[in-house]
Design a protein around this ligand. Structure first.
Ligand SMILES: *Cc1c(COP(=O)(O)O)cnc(C)c1O
Length: 338
């Protein structure tokens, strides 16, 4: 039995999702005439209580559009040192927005208002203008960590006092919402912009949604065109997003339960030195010497279980909708034999 835990991007569309694609009514979205794209954008905006939304080909593109829309070249973006926007978007903050970053040392990817306050540059010609704070929830490198809403509110207060915008890389925000039992609108009320991945645990083949106010989304739509992300009959893909929002959100709790069950088994093994706290669908652990991340991932591969060595001493497993209870049994049995 092959089990792919390398990422929650390895899902295949379900029969229901394929049927939704097949029956989608589409038009040219660059002309604003794709009813299914419009329906997805309206659905997402109203879910989060935000004014508008923009369907984008990828989460990277929606983050990059947001960063460019919030900033001017030469500005500074404040984020955690393990942020996806900094580590995994090809230097896009510099290339697309012409901005530099100030990195903070967060707790499993989560930064605090006091750290943000300390990081803001004074009004001094030597210094770049601190213009944007970007948070990540859940935190990928933080092992799927979730923010406390109160901590985010405190960061928003700091942003308001300093004329800064607050963006959320919510690639896995729905995992956080399910794990913490919070409502999308609570997030919509705090952030100036939110990007959400449909192509991760929600199980779509592609796509992301960027949320903000009308003026911001109008600007974002223009930037999306500049980036080459204006799509035509995108409704065939947007239909998967509508389907996922209707059918694949609550089931994320199963992925979280699977991650916790496997974490409990891994914790007992001699190759595991330390597990990151598991609160959602990502499980990261530090390997114990003499084991390297690569060696431990080979050990798993011996049972046809595929994981990623995130660093020389870290291994990551990600649970998603294509991981069945039978696969979890196979993982647990295999771990007991390792
Ligand atoms: C996957 C991911 C993204 C964007 O990914 P795409 O593959 O471009 O859709 C952004 N942020 C985080 C935290 C992610 O995990």
């Amino acid at each position: 039995m092959r089990v792919d835990l390398r990422s929650d991007t390895f899902t295949q569309p379900t029969p229901g999702m394929l049927a939704a694609m097949n029956s989608a009514v589409t038009g040219d979205d660059v002309f604003g005439e794709d009813p299914t794209v419009n329906a997805l954008e309206n659905k997402a905006a109203s879910l989060f209580g935000m004014e508008a939304a923009l369907y984008c080909p990828s989460g990277t593109m929606s983050n990059q559009i947001a960063i460019k829309a919030h900033t001017q070249p030469g500005d500074e973006v404040i984020c955690d040192k393990t942020s996806h926007v900094y580590l995994y978007e090809g230097g896009g903050i510099a290339v697309n927005a012409g901005c530099q970053v100030k990195l903070l040392d967060g707790d499993y990817g989560r930064i605090k208002a006091a750290q943000v306050l300390e990081a803001i540059n004074p009004d001094d010609v030597h210094k770049p203008v601190s213009r944007l704070v970007s948070l990540e929830n859940t935190g990928n490198r933080g092992g799927g960590s979730c923010y406390e809403l109160a901590d985010i509110k405190a960061i928003r207060e700091v942003c308001d006092k300093s004329n800064m915008s607050l963006h959320l890389d919510g690639a896995r925000l729905f995992n956080a919402l399910v794990a913490t039992n919070e409502k999308p609108a609570s997030y919509g009320a705090i952030f100036h912009s939110i990007s959400i991945c449909l192509n991760k645990g929600l199980g779509c083949p592609m796509g992301s949604i960027l949320l903000g106010n009308k003026e911001f989304i109008k600007k974002a739509r223009r930037i999306r065109k500049v980036f080459g992300g204006g799509l035509r009959q995108a409704g065939y893909m947007a239909a998967t997003g509508i389907y996922a929002l209707d059918n694949h959100v609550e089931r994320l709790a199963e992925d979280h339960a699977h991650a916790k069950a496997v974490a409990a088994a891994i914790q007992k093994k001699s190759f595991c030195a330390r597990l990151f706290p598991v609160s959602t669908n990502i499980l990261i652990f530090e390997t114990a010497t003499p084991f390297t991340g690569a060696e431990v991932s080979k050990l798993f591969a011996g049972y046809d279980i595929h994981v990623i060595a995130m660093s020389p001493t870290q291994v990551r497993l990600v649970f998603h909708l294509d991981i069945t209870p039978a696969m979890v049994d196979h993982i647990l049995t295999s771990i007991s034999k390792m």
